[in-house]
Design a protein around this ligand. Structure first.
Ligand code: MOS
Length: 702
């Protein structure tokens, strides 16, 4: 074992790449249960709030090929205490538009979908309440935010400091509802063998799904197995169980055959959550040199009638800049919307748009370079927890990024550069995301012939985890990649939490490293350092958060530099180039990490310029509920991206010094684009996305 770090860091090509390219890697819909598969289609509520007054499935039931129509009248009863949207068909009450009110099971998907149209449903309904505003009288403070964050934080006298500040910014920013749209729609294939349930499913962590299926169908853990080796993208909506898994299992139980339920693209806009919209008032106070004296970040966001989803939007404001007086608050409105869920850097993504836009506005007030403004407000310690940083290299990211991008000599004035019709501007914003580690277990089997099997219920949602974990395992065992067979994506494997919160590698990778250490100890102590011919099996893992987590503040940092061009006649925005620099600890796979950073940043550009789910205030539905109406940035929308990361050695975060990289790329990205847009046009758009109509709105207002 003298070859540590031989593979970690290398840009190893995806080991699952060839199977994916050839189409032989089975996704949930493509699994072969060995029998003809029945298909599910669902009838969804057309009202947001009310009660089913009439439901007649008889025409659908009579259609040839229809095996069953499940309704609240005949569906199996589920266990109690299920999360928000999981008690499918358990009541006549309707809580959101798109709620499943009947389920058709048929021999083919065509028959199932046709039969949906033959189910008669009527409702007694109240008008939808779907519009968020900061003036709503029913805003309330949740007890806690997601991930255990405090709802509010108050240090010092913010209002006094704002009143006496030499320079202030007071601006309100808003971000719209957004929907997770991975390429692969949520898909669940279910089969019962007696009282044992097997589910092939697209998710971010099989163990999480098992928990809910056990509760819903009142089973023991060993009666449920969820298998998910390949997942076609996921940004949070696949982290938790949604109605699709419940429906597939319920339908399979009723018809006694294997059933598959694949959501349509339109159903992605009602059944699997969304990113909450936000309204954020940011107030900054600074002295004449640009040192912040006060930061206030007040957030209003929505949740649903049936769950409390309290997104941690202002939490990056608690760590990013020094200031003696500071306040963050979060308030919620309960609306007639589907339950919101997490979406890539939930909280940090909308929160950083507001904070990093406000910092740009402050730099302009001060006549100061926005990079320099950030450097002047670099905190020596975590400004709210009063802890040292385990490592923090935001300033180095800003300096390196400025150099790579060619920031020096930038003219501070907005709206003064043009190339023909194109107005040109550049903008900067910071990026940050917390570093955590979670409980994970691992089993390593050394075979007598020198091969190793490494088993953990980790999850590759397209990130490269198959490859990166194999690299970690090979290094930790001191062998080559070919000697390691990794097994992930199956709840029958040792416990691990899902791919979420950028904790996959930090948790699963750490579990593998520590278990491999136990392997070495066992070999040394019992076998003279040599793998015995009959092999060995060693179980290990990590118990949870890093033991240093309460003494050190742990975060990844980065900086984005963006150029945009805005057509002065049409308001069209182009993004020809950007540079992002990250300090995110050990980078395990240089190739797949670059892909994560590229993807995160591109999703942020998409947020800045395109993505918005529009709720109809009268009819209550998301009007643009497909990929024609909900544009997601494509290659044509993204220019040349320069992605770079700094060497960073953090001894506190976890065994390999990894900080997690799935989410940081999107944080700050939208602000960098908006700041560049302002620099190009002189127009400050504070409500995303920055669509061409807003160019004319702001021109008119100016
Ligand atoms: Mo990601 S939103 O933490 O699944």
């Amino acid at each position: 074992m003298t070859t540590m770090d031989r593979l970690v860091g290398a840009g190893v090509a995806r080991i699952d790449g060839p199977a994916k390219v050839r189409g032989t890697a089975p996704y949930a819909y493509e699994q072969d249960p060995g029998e003809p598969i029945c298909h599910v289609a669902v009838v969804q509520s057309t009202v947001n709030r009310g009660r089913i007054s009439r439901l007649d499935p008889s025409r659908a039931e009579a259609m040839p090929g229809v095996l069953a129509v499940l309704t609240p009248a005949n569906a199996p009863r589920l266990g109690h205490g299920l999360a928000s949207d999981l008690p499918v068909l358990q009541s006549l009450d309707v809580h959101y538009q798109g709620q499943i009110v009947a389920v058709v099971v048929a021999e083919t998907s065509e028959i199932a979908r046709a039969a949906v149209g033959a189910v008669a449903v009527e409702y007694s309904a109240q008008g939808p309440d779907v519009v968020l505003s900061a003036e709503r009288p029913d805003l309330y403070a949740p007890d806690k935010l997601m991930a255990g964050f405090e709802t509010d934080s108050v240090i010092g006298d913010v209002d006094g400091a704002l009143a006496s500040a030499a320079v202030t910014v007071d601006a309100t920013y808003s971000t719209p509802t957004q929907h997770n749209n991975p390429i692969e729609m949520h898909t669940s294939m279910a089969r019962w063998d007696g009282d044992r349930l097997t589910m092939w499913d697209a998710n971010q962590g099989p163990h999480t799904i098992v928990n809910d299926l056990v509760a819903a169908f009142e089973l023991e853990r060993d009666q449920v197995r969820v298998i998910s080796p390949y997942v076609g993208g996921a940004f949070g909506s696949k982290a938790f169980t949604h109605p699709n898994q419940i429906v597939a299992a319920m339908a399979a139980r009723v018809v006694g055959r294997t059933v598959v339920f694949e959501l349509s693209r339109q159903q992605m806009f009602s059944l699997v959550g969304h990113r909450t919209p936000t309204i954020q008032r940011v107030r900054l106070g600074a002295d004449a040199d640009g040192r912040l004296t006060a930061i206030s970040h007040e957030v209003v966001e929505h949740t649903s009638r049936i769950n409390e989803f309290a997104e941690q939007t202002a939490t990056p404001t608690r760590v990013l800049y020094a200031a003696p007086h500071r306040r963050t608050t979060h308030r919620l409105a309960r609306l007639d919307v589907p339950p919101p869920t997490i979406m890539r850097a939930p909280g940090e993504t909308p929160g950083m748009f507001a904070l990093e836009s406000a910092m740009d506005e402050l730099a302009h007030q001060l006549g100061l370079d926005p990079v320099e403004l950030r450097i002047r407000n670099e905190p020596a310690r975590d400004p709210e927890r009063d802890l040292p940083w385990s490592s923090r290299n935001l300033v180095a990211c800003l300096r390196t990024g400025a150099e790579r991008f060619g920031w020096a000599g930038r003219d501070l004035a907005p709206g003064v550069r043009a190339d023909g019709r194109w107005l040109i501007g550049t903008g900067v914003a910071a990026a940050t995301y917390p570093t955590r580690r979670r409980r994970a277990e691992c089993r390593i089997t050394g075979h007598g012939d020198g091969r190793w099997t490494v088993e953990i219920d980790g999850s590759d949602i397209g990130t490269g985890a198959w490859t990166a974990l194999t690299q970690v395992a090979a290094d930790a065992l001191g062998v080559g990649l070919d000697a390691v067979e990794l097994r992930i994506g199956d709840s029958a494997l040792p416990f691990a939490g899902g791919a979420g919160g950028s904790t996959g590698m930090t948790s699963w990778g750490s579990a593998i490293v520590l278990t491999a250490r136990d392997v070495r100890r066992e070999l040394d102590e019992k076998h003279g350092g040599v793998l015995p011919p009959r092999g060995i099996v060693v179980k290990g893992g990590v118990p949870g958060e890093s033991p240093h987590a309460s003494d050190w503040s742990m975060h990844a940092f980065g900086a984005h530099f963006v150029e945009v061009r805005v057509d002065r006649d049409t308001g069209e925005v182009r993004l020809p180039r950007a540079t992002s620099v990250y300090a995110a600890g050990t980078i395990v796979n240089a190739r797949t990490a670059r892909s994560q950073f590229l993807g995160g940043f591109s999703m942020g550009v998409s947020m800045a310029l395109h993505e918005e789910s529009v709720a109809d205030a009268r009819l209550g539905h998301y009007v643009n509920h497909d990929l024609a109406g909900y544009h997601i940035a494509t290659n044509a929308d993204i220019g040349e991206l320069d992605v770079h990361w700094l060497e960073e050695d953090d001894p506190y975060v976890n065994e390999l010094g990894m900080k997690g990289i799935g989410e940081i790329g999107i944080t700050g990205a939208a602000a960098a684009v908006a700041n560049a847009y302002w620099h190009a046009t002189g127009l400050r758009v504070r409500d995303l996305p920055i669509t061409p109509d807003k160019y004319f709105r702001e021109l008119g207002a100016g």
